[in-house]
Design a protein. Structure first.
Length: 186
């Protein structure tokens, strides 16, 4: 965040340092608008959704199994010898701990898979931005989905979103919500 603020201050201070004779060409785009139309993003979202559904189904299965055994234990515990009741209670505690560990492992696996699938997509967008920036002679290109500048006069800047979409092969027909992309940083 501090880097962004320092960068913004430095960018707007350029004309004060004697560079005003040169033209500063600024561009902007919106990652969210680009990424939702990329076929590989839609594919990644679908794969992540499918994986998440599998993890949820397994968690539901273990939860149901635990609840069934717990209800059986509650119904039988008064009629069981103390040693058996203690052993079953310990089994239930271990089952609960395994279930909790599985949930943590599943969550970590989902995060790892999300990073694995989305990182190349973001790298592709960044490469397109750099190429368009160099080809177009831009001084700076802002991602409006990530940049939090207090004021940006977009009429003084070039909207490069459609060029970036074209460069990364975004079809405009894809339909996915970029909820998992919010706050994604390089």
């Amino acid at each position: 965040m501090l880097k962004k603020i320092a960068f913004a201050i430095a960018l707007f201070a350029l004309p004060l340092v004697g560079i005003s004779a040169q033209t500063v060409k600024l561009g902007y785009y919106n990652t969210q608008s680009v990424i939702v139309d990329m076929p590989e993003f839609v594919k990644a979202q679908n794969e992540l959704k499918e994986l998440g559904n599998k993890y949820r189904a397994e968690m539901k299965r273990t939860e149901t199994e635990f609840n069934t055994k717990y209800q059986q234990f509650i119904q039988q515990k008064d009629s069981l010898p103390q040693a058996i009741a203690e052993r079953r209670q310990k089994e239930l505690e271990e089952m609960g701990q395994r279930s909790q560990q599985y949930q943590q492992d599943a969550q970590q696996s989902m995060q790892d898979q999300q990073e694995k699938k989305l990182t190349p997509i973001y790298q592709k967008i960044e490469a397109a931005v750099k190429a368009i920036g160099q080809e177009g002679g831009f001084t700076c290109i802002f991602d409006m989905a990530r940049t939090q500048l207090p004021y940006v006069n977009e009429t003084q800047m070039v909207d490069l979103t459609s060029k970036i979409k074209l460069r990364v092969g975004a079809t405009g027909n894809a339909s996915a919500t970029p909820a998992t992309t919010a706050g994604k940083k390089k």
